[in-house]
Every structure is written in C-alpha cells, then in structure tokens.
Design a protein around this ligand. Sequence first.
Ligand code: ASP
Length: 584
Amino acid sequence: MYRSHNCGELRLTDTDKEVTLAGWVQKSRDKGFMIWVDLRDRYGITQLIFDEARTDETIMQQARSLGREFVIQIKGTVIERESKNTNIPTGEIEVLVNELTILNEAQLPPFTIEDETDGGEDLRMKYRYLDIRRNPVKNSLLFRHKVTQEVRNYLSNLDFCEVETPYLIKSTPEGARDFVVPSRMNPGQFYALPQSPQTFKQLLMVGGLDKYFQIVKCFRDEDLRADRQPEFTQIDCEMSFIEQEDILNVFEGLTRHLLKTTHDIDIAQFPRMTYDEAMRRYGNDKPDIRFGMEFGELNAVAQHKEFAVFNNAELVVGIAVPDAASYTRKQIDALIDWVKRPQVGALGMVYCKCELDGTFKSSVDKFYDQADLAKWAEAIGAKAGDLILVLSGPANKTRTQLSALRMELANRLGLRKPDEFAPLWVTDFPLLEWDEETGRYHAMHHPFTSPKKEDMHLLDTDPGKVRANAYDLVLNGNEIGGGSIRIHDKETQALMFKHLGFTSEQAQEQFGFLMNAFQYGAPPHGGLAFGLDRLVAILGGQETIRDFIAFPKNNAGRDVMIDAPAAIENAQLNELSLALNIKG
Ligand code: ASP
C-alpha cells in the first residue's frame, strides 16, 4: 500500500495515528538537529518532521539528501504541531517520520512549483506536467471537471443521450478551414476533422434519438487570434420536436444550474434582445451588459447645423462615460488617439463635457449651442458629470468602433467585474452575411439554419434582410453558445444552398447524404453548442482559456512540449501517397 492517507486530510483528531504518505517534496528546512519537509500531493501539503532526538541517524541523513520535487514515501506518527499554521487545513499537525523511501529523484525544476511562479509562459508550456503541479493550473482542471460533470448530470436527467460522432469525416462548412488527414488506404483522398458534429447530430435526430449531447473536440484551422485554440471543446446539443423557445428554456436552465453550482448565484429569467437591438444599443452582437454606457443616436439632434462631418455621416452616435467630465485635455486626447489607432480606425472623435453646474463644453462649441448639447445629453442619457464621446461615419463601421471604445473604457474603469455574471440571449440573427472578399453571401451561422418563415419572400430580393431562427447565449460580453432551428426538408435546404452559390450538383455532392436523409421523415429539430473552454474560463473568473486546458497549443498553434506539428519521414509520406505531391 503506497499510502494510508493523502497529503490534505490529516487533522488534530488523527494525533498518534501511524500513517503512510506519498508525494512530492515541496521544500525542506534543515535546522541541523531538526528537518522539516513539506510533502505535497494533489490534495494538499502535510508537514513532515525529522528530529535528531527521535529519528534514526540514517533516516536523518536520507532526509538531508532530499531535493525539491523528489518523490518519496514515508511512514510515521501524527503529532500536534508546536507552532500551528492556520493557513492550511493540515496546519495543526505534523508527521514524525520513522521510515523514508525515495521513490524517485528529481532534477531541479526549471521554475518554482508555487502559486506565483517565476516561470514564463513558454517555459511553463514546455514543462506543462510541472505546471500542472501548481495549484492554479491544477485547480482549473478540477474546476473544468466539475463543470463538465454538472453538464452531464443536468442533461442526462433531462433524457439527453450522449453519443460520440466520428472524428474522421468529410468537410463541414462552418466558415473555417478544415484540418485534413490523408487516407493511406485511399490514395490521394483525405478525411477532414470536424469543425463541429453539426450534420451528424442532425442525422441523429432523423434517427429518432430525440435529445442528443456530446462533450466533443472540434477542429478549426483558423488564423490564431489570442485565446483561440485550433482544437477546442464544445458541449454540443440537438433536440427534436421543439421550437426556439424550448431550446432557450432548456439551455438557460443548464446555464443557471452551472452558475448555481459553481458560484451559488441565482439568476432569474435571462434577458433577451434581438440582433438588431444589440447592434443599435451596443454596436455589438455579444454585448457586455454588466454596465451601461449604451449608445445614443444623434442624427436627429446633430445634423441641422453647419458641421459637415456629422451632416455627411450615415450615423452619428455617442456614449456617456460616467463621471468623466473632469478628464483633462490630455486624457481626452489620449482617448482620441486610441480610437484613431488602425485597429479601431476612427477618423476622429467629438466630445462634450456635461459639467456639474448643468452647462456643456464641447469640442464643437463653434457649431452647437447649449440647447443643442442638452439634446445630445438627453439622447445619450448623460447626466451632469459625464463625458459624452461621439463618433460618426458609415453605420456598421461606426457602431463597431464605438463598441470597441465602450469596452476599452469599461476595462479601464473596472466596470467588467469578474465575479458578476450577466447572461443574455441574442436572437433573430441575419441568415446571410455579405462577404467582401468573395463577393457573395455566406451563411452567418451555418447553411443548415432555417430562415424565418415571414422573411422567406425576401430571399430573392433582399437576402441581407432575411432573419434566421438563430440565437446566441452571451455571458459578460462573450459568446458562450450559439445555435439555430434547422431546415428539415430537402426543398428548403436545396434553396439555401442555391442562395449560397452552390450549383445543385455541388450541393448534392457535398450534402447529398443530409438532403437524402431529409426525404425519409426528418423531424423538426434544432440545437446549439456551447464553447466549453471559454464557458469554464468565465465561470472560473479568468480571461484566458489556456489555463483551463491541460495541454494547450501556443499562439502559433504549436504544442511546444511534444514539439508538434513536425515533419514526417519520407517512408511515411510515401505510404500516404503524399511524397509526390510535396516534391511536385
Ligand atoms: N454547430 C454549431 C457551431 O459549432 C452550433 C449549432 O448550430 O448547434 O457553432
């Protein structure tokens, strides 16, 4: 038996017990006649004591040879500590050692195994197994386990059936590039790794499974932005004989359950907002509603004077920064520079201070009098003491810029509190999205999403106006889930592919299997998928998802520990019929 107890469980009530413990040496303190060793495992730290007066000399010597991260086993007696440590649960006892076995020696670790480590990100990733010994990483993995377990319990209790769908498939069009896998047995042919199990879960509905979920890896070969992983995990779900309302209710229930079990927070009904409303009020389809600073449109109250910049703009829109009227010229100039950075791209910014005495002072006083500015303040909902910031230009672009500014200011002002949770459903997304690059429409969600019946007639005349039965769940300004009610008949699906620029042959070739299935009695169905990594990170109060993934890839998509991706031998390339392709 390696151990009778773990390193986190002994208490004062265990005094005088003979115990066996095993773990890693966190640190040791050698006072000559006495040596203390902190023994660590996943469950905690227990202090060991070696005392010249009570411990065998050979064991004393052995104890002196222990280095950090040595793996040891000890036998000993639990005794009460003289100077107690109230910071840890085992702090009232220590174990007087009478037998010590070194199970494995360890080299000095390249960074300290402490909550605050001296190791940089790269080093930590290279030695991730050592990083995982640290509390913050270990606790994140345990937290992730708790969340997935709650998800499994909750959905299983509602009769959802977890089904594994294949990883070696054919391309699914979700807007990103596929990772592909060459097939040795079918020279020149490739599998694709799924961007999501979308078509399979729909086929499970045709198969009559009724309620499906899966905690599943998905793969997308996208240019890596900060905090994106080429492989990530979804909680993927699908249901039959449901309407949008049913889906929203079930997954609102799941989210509420998670907030309750992880934070003991009760949130009543989640607010809902249409996509159009979210864009108008926040310039963003995933607004953070933990704080205000809502947009106020000023076209009606700012386009009647000689100020050409505003008069020529499609949209004039502003926000009120709370209690910022006291900002200095320098501070405001810095904000103007910030919105002019190429990443944001505004050409300039107008401001107006709402002074505490009820007067206004703006950068465009030349054009607008006090009565005009009072109307601006009213339209934006600014109160005395606030600073109004106004952008103008093409509507969509200007909204995006102002949204970036709103989020930046909220960060600076500490309005995005990690322990506050503000979920929101955003509904009625557009079905199609114009893609400048390819010069045609793309499915905003994916091509299996159903258009709203009442908008179908616009498909030919004004496709950009057609709304979809699609919804996102937003939490604290992050999209944590999204889904849709699907098309479930062949004709509509074929029509959709036509509008996306597929010839009927192309549609048949790529998605014949799905459209055929729709001819054998497909039930009405719909679903959604949560991004598990981000969900766990937000619930865990952290910004980066990497902390919640055991072995994440770095920003260049590399696993620096195993050094992947890597070249393969010519022989292997030959076997896969790839050698020629590469040379040629
Ligand atoms: N497959 C979709 C996605 O990955 C989710 C869904 O529509 O259920 O975003």
